[in-house]
Design a protein around this ligand. Structure first.
Ligand code: SF4
Ligand code: SF4
Length: 165
């Protein structure tokens, strides 16, 4: 009796879920859409702008080489090294900019909070895997390239629960 009622309960539950839309994404063919362009920080107001803490974006025309991002990271992960860049910019006398090792970075965003010159943001790019450790080190030249992030599936919340388009 117990076994029969268990089977009926299981079947009943299975039938109910036939009508529920699948929630899991077929990654990597489908990717979730995030709100915003990634985590940013406005030093003039001291307010963070919510967003995904993914791969950084470095604006060479704003970076002064002040090293504050690197200092902020020292107590966290030591993921930032200040390196020489070939270009000469008026605002960056030493011609140094941050290089980030994603083998060490914990994506806390403290370096973004520390930058007073709107030079360092985070993006929605989270696909950073590499076959080598060296491949996880992003130079200032790589960090200035805006990543292409495909995001095709949006979360939809209905009376019947959460799903995605
Ligand atoms: S986000 Fe990464 S690089 Fe920036 S402070 Fe945190 S650990 Fe360091
Ligand atoms: S990214 Fe910002 S904090 Fe880091 S060196 Fe450049 S200006 Fe300074």
């Amino acid at each position: 009796m117990g076994t029969a009622s268990g089977i009926i309960r299981a079947l009943n539950s299975g039938v109910k879920h036939l009508a529920v839309k699948r929630f899991t994404l077929r990654y990597p063919e489908e990717k979730l859409k995030f709100a915003g362009d990634g985590y940013q920080f406005d030093p003039s107001t001291g307010v963070g702008i919510a967003g995904l803490k993914g791969r950084h974006m470095l604006f060479h025309d704003h970076c002064t080489g002040c090293q504050l991002c690197s200092i902020a990271c020292e107590g966290v992960a030591e993921a930032i090294a200040m390196v020489k860049v070939p270009e000469e910019r008026k605002q960056n006398k030493k011609s140094i900019m941050p290089q980030i090792d994603y083998g060490k970075c914990v994506f806390c965003g403290l370096c973004v909070d520390a930058c007073p010159f709107y030079a360092l943001y985070m993006t929605n790019d989270y696909e950073l895997s590499s076959f080598t450790k060296e491949g996880l080190i992003y130079t200032p030249a790589q960090l200035q390239v805006k990543p292409y992030v495909s995001q095709d599936s949006e979360i939809q919340i209905t009376d019947r629960g959460a799903t995605h388009g």
